[in-house]
Design a protein around this ligand. Structure first.
Ligand SMILES: [Fe+2]
Length: 206
């Protein structure tokens, strides 16, 4: 089992702060049968400032400790999409998890996605259910799907809004874990096992 969107890498963004907390959360993942975790710290976020070097260094330093627990970890990022983005950490060198403004349609969206695809990246939209301008906006949803853009939804949103799941528009489900352990419900990984197993195939994570 896999969690593809997390802020567990400690001390690099608005997620987990300490190494101890990260180790204990990762142990909890292991205990619940989730043995692959992708860290997706924020990049290019308007309010959460992050340092890409610090992200790389923290990951390299802590990776052996995480793997001692028996969990395989991968480094990616959650990139806030603006017309100009210069720093990217793709998942498995190819998949970009993109975050978008929630309230208004980013007019550069389709051009920018196309540009990144031409550079050889595959696109995953993070927590699609959060974008008000996208909800029920079938022409844009269809356009994105025609462009082979993957949609990721947060587990915690499933109970509030099932539109994307019901219409089979979701390829990725994840926790987007920041700090609140009460939100971690591992039974959902089991419930949506079929989707999560496909995620591994799409990402080709070993
Ligand atoms: Fe996130």
């Amino acid at each position: 089992m896999l969690d593809v969107h997390t802020h567990i890498l400690p001390g690099v963004d608005d997620g987990i702060e300490s190494e101890e907390e990260a180790l204990s959360v990762i142990q909890e993942y292991k205990n619940n049968g989730v043995e692959k975790i992708v860290f997706t710290p924020h990049l290019n976020h308007p309010t959460v400032k992050t340092d890409i070097e610090k992200i790389y260094n923290t990951y390299e330093r802590l990776k052996p400790k995480f793997e001692e627990i028996g969990v395989k970890t991968y480094l990616g990022s959650e990139i806030y999409l603006t017309p100009k983005v210069d720093k990217l950490i793709p998942i498995n060198e190819r998949f970009l998890l993109l975050e978008l403004p929630t309230e208004s349609y980013p007019i550069y969206l389709l051009d920018k996605i196309f540009e990144l695809q031409l550079e050889g990246y595959d696109i995953i939209l993070a927590h699609v259910e959060r974008y008000r301008w996208l909800n029920d906006n079938e022409p844009v949803i269809d356009r994105l799907k025609t462009m082979n853009v993957y949609f990721q939804m947060n587990f915690e949103s499933i109970k509030n809004d099932n539109y994307y799941l019901k219409n089979s528009l979701v390829e990725f489900l994840a926790t987007d874990y920041h700090r609140n352990r009460n939100n971690l419900d591992f039974s959902l990984f089991e419930k949506y096992r079929e989707i999560i197993e496909k995620e591994l195939e799409i990402l080709k994570l070993k």
